[in-house]
Design a protein around this ligand. Structure first.
Ligand code: PLP
Length: 507
């Protein structure tokens, strides 16, 4: 049975949220803009959920808009702040010079800043606020730079490490600054009191799917008086601030989750979650004696652990966990396809031994104690397996060496071991495909027959396996070596690295 330990990527939908979504689709299916009975019932549901959200987030004032998720909320906030800056410029006022974001922010934030800064022609400096080894913002740096900033973006809690930001410290550092302040509340919702009004936070985006609501629903809080420019124009929904017929199923489900939060009966309280995390920490220490925790345990969400086992690559650890049915990740889900060290851990200045071996384990507040017990048992089993297995044979072939090898030995074989769906979804990068048209596709399940064929080749014929990240191709290369063919290799970093190199070359 699979054990899901990747709650910071997304969560399952709470049963009461599923029921609420189904009811909204089957019974309360009216359009909240209609003026007949069905529409009025849908409108009542919408208003009820917004009221609950205001109560849970403690925001009696300001706007609270339903969005498609946090990425949309971030766009709206950034667009709003930057349009206000442009209006100031048009009125002849001096513009601040920079836009600031925490160096460990979710990618949506710096991407949105760069996107709208370029699109609106503002040409402001987009700068990262440095963080220390424990992921804490450099408040002294912020204090000086914020005096000339138009917008400052700092997440409340980090999705990869669980590090909790010092929002009071940031608020103090922003004193006297003209900057608007965006706080990404995605990972903090339901876990930390954000005090949005007291701290004078201007914008706070939230996402339903990180807290047991479905994907595609979110919230954006905008402080009363803060600039607000609609991202979408249309039929006037959400008071004209976010057009488009509302996602009523998602809103109903989010409402059920917020009710569950308010009731205090569905989600385990912080001390219980912390005790479960300590249980996992103890199991991990036992399983991997060399373990290093990248999450500062004293200042992080009680549901998140980021750790490294120096000397054991992330891909290898994920393979071990996967074999035990443990669903963990190497970092954020959006970065999962890149097979590169996490930018969050790099921004914290962690050494390569840690960044190349990092794993994120995150569980949810609605998980039960039995999940933690079972996870601990399986983590111990993974540790035992790592100790029993011989050190894997080094088969990585750097991309820089591939051309030389293949050109020197034209009889060499290049084999893509990804399955057909994966190949269809992510075609071989164009430059690579053009350079090596003879690459064969043989999915991993057909490997035994392929190995029998390859074994018969002259012993010095290079065979290079390729996959997305380099993990499965390494397994294939080791299997061929075990069968006596020493010239078996795996393209290091896989096609992801090739794609990244091609993208960088064409940028
Ligand atoms: N901000 C943080 C901290 C996140 O973890 C995520 C999700 O990965 C997002 C923003 C984006 O949220 P959404 O998936 O709702 O667009």
């Amino acid at each position: 049975m699979e054990l899901y330990l990747d709650a910071n990527a997304t969560t399952p939908v709470l049963p009461q949220a599923r029921a609420a979504a189904l009811a909204a689709m089957a019974e309360e299916y009216g359009n909240p803009s209609s003026t007949h009975g069905s529409g009025l019932r849908a409108r009542a549901l919408l208003d009820r959920v917004r009221d609950t959200a205001r109560r849970v987030l403690a925001v009696p004032t300001g706007e609270l808009l339903f969005t498609s998720g946090a990425t949309e909320g971030i766009q709206t906030a950034v667009l709003s702040a930057l349009v206000a800056l442009r209006q100031r410029e048009a009125a002849g006022q001096a513009l601040p010079r920079r836009l600031l974001y925490g160096a460990t922010e979710h990618k949506a934030v710096p991407s949105a800043l760069r996107h709208w800064n370029a699109l609106l022609g503002l040409d402001l400096d987009v700068q990262a606020i440095p963080v220390d080894r424990e992921g804490r913002h450099d408040l002294a740096w912020l204090r000086t730079q914020a005096q000339d900033a138009g917008l400052v973006c700092t997440m409340a809690a980090n999705n990869e490490t669980g590090v909790v930001s010092d929002l009071d410290g940031i608020a103090a550092a922003l004193a006297g600054s003209p900057a608007l302040w965006l706080v990404d509340g995605v990972q903090a919702l339901g876990k930390l009191p954000l005090k949005l009004v007291e701290r004078r936070i201007d914008y706070a985006p939230f996402s339903g799917h990180k807290l047991y609501a479905p994907k595609g629903i979110g919230l954006l809080y905008v402080r009363e008086g803060a600039p607000l420019t609609p991202l979408q124009a249309g039929g006037g929904q959400e008071g004209g601030l976010r057009a488009g017929t509302e996602n009523m199923a998602g809103i109903a489900a989010l409402g059920a989750v917020l009710e569950a939060l308010a009731s205090g009966t569905v989600f385990a309280p912080a001390p219980v979650l912390e005790a479960r995390r300590q249980q996992l920490v103890a199991a991990l220490r036992e399983a991997f004696p060399g373990i290093v925790f990248n999450t500062p345990l004293g200042n992080s969400l009680p549901t998140t652990l980021n750790f490294s086992v120096p000397g054991v690559a992330t891909a290898r650890l994920l393979e071990l966990f996967d074999a035990e049915g443990l669903r963990l990740s190497g970092g954020s889900a959006c970065g999962a396809a890149q097979a590169q060290p996490s930018p969050v851990l790099q921004a914290m200045g962690l050494p390569a031994a840690q960044t190349t071996s990092a794993i994120r384990l995150s569980f949810g507040a609605a998980d039960d104690a039995a999940l933690t017990d079972e996870a601990c048992a399986r983590l111990r089993a993974c540790g035992a397996r790592l100790r029993e297995e011989p050190e894997p044979v080094e088969v990585d072939l750097p991309i820089e060496s591939l051309g030389g090898l293949l050109r020197a030995m034209p009889q060499a074989r290049l084999i893509d071991v990804r399955d057909a769906d994966e190949r269809a979804a992510e075609p071989v990068p164009a430059g690579f495909a053009a350079e090596w048209p003879a690459m064969r596709a043989v999915p991993l399940p057909s490997l035994p027959a392929l190995l029998a064929e390859l074994r018969a080749l002259p012993a010095d014929t290079p065979v290079v396996f390729v996959c997305r990240s380099g993990a499965r191709s390494a397994r294939a290369a080791r299997a061929l070596r075990q069968q006596g063919h020493a010239a078996a290799w795996s393209l290091a970093g896989g096609l992801d690295r090739v794609a990244a190199a091609e993208a960088a070359a064409s940028a």
